[in-house]
Write a protein that binds this ligand. Structure first.
Ligand code: ATP
Length: 233
């Protein structure tokens, strides 16, 4: 469904991604792991049109995506949940969710989508009227995820959702990823929690210094080998 073919991208004169090729199959969860600075976030930003692609092609269902402005990504069924749980702190939980359905075509479905969000994240229903700024880290991450789902994306791109969360919350988060996957959504997940990411994934890419160092189906991955590659510099 989503394909990157020999993609180069970076920041001005600094190139970060070197001929990156990867595929995220429809209905599957593809995880991208790798050490700090490997270029994982830059890769997601390149897909979203937030970083210019200087060579290669990004395709969605066979159609070229390069050069598509970020604000049109929702029209293509893509939503990104960025790192850092960016929620509107001075708005209530429900207002944050409604912001996720900003697109005209999504507005008529707001009520149904809100109900679906509250079903998947019951804690958010309890905290519906509370200011997002008063949520715990785990709740804010759930809110960021739920908001991303309000546009009912076919492709969901999630950047480091478990970063800095307590182990119990991380468990909850991975259960939600399992459920999203079971619901048939295509997911691209960047994670630093390698073991959990591999356990939930269908396919695994390891990035090193802006390149793909390993591409394997999750069932073939040997964690020890992955760790050795991960820490090889
Ligand atoms: P992390 O796990 O730390 O988020 P990452 O794999 O997501 O790492 P990136 O954030 O994509 O890595 O960074 C890749 C490289 O790009 C790093 O060398 C970083 O310093 C550089 N970089 C990131 N953002 C910028 C920027 N805005 N301007 C210039 N260089 C940047």
């Amino acid at each position: 469904m989503l394909e990157l073919d020999q993609v180069r991208a970076g920041y001005g004169a600094i190139n970060v991604l070197w001929d990156v090729s990867l595929k995220a199959e429809a209905g599957k969860l593809t995880t991208i792991i790798g050490p700090n600075g490997a270029g994982k976030t830059t890769l997601l930003r390149a897909i979203m049109g937030l970083v210019p692609v200087t060579a290669g092609e990004i395709r969605l269902n066979g159609e070229r995506l390069n050069g598509t402005p970020t604000w049109e990504m929702a029209d293509h069924g893509i939503a990104m949940i960025p790192e850092g749980r960016m929620v509107f702190r001075d708005m209530s939980v429900e207002e944050n969710l409604i912001m996720g359905a900003f697109h005209k075509s999504h507005r008529q479905h707001v009520k149904r989508r809100l109900e679906e969000a509250y079903e998947m994240f019951p804690r958010l229903r309890e905290r519906r009227t509370q200011l997002a700024g008063s949520l715990s880290g785990g709740e804010a991450q759930m809110l960021a995820m739920a908001r991303g789902l309000m546009s009912d994306p076919r492709l969901l791109i999630i950047d480091e959702p478990s970063l800095g969360l307590a182990p119990l919350i991380v468990n909850e988060l991975f259960e939600i990823l399992e459920r999203l996957k079971a619901g048939g959504r295509t997911i691209v997940l960047v994670e630093q929690n390698t073991e959990r990411a591999v356990a939930v994934a269908d396919h695994v890419y390891l990035m090193q210094s802006g390149r793909v160092a390993l591409s394997q189906s999750a069932s073939e991955v040997q964690l020890q080998h992955l760790h050795d590659l991960y820490f090889a510099r």
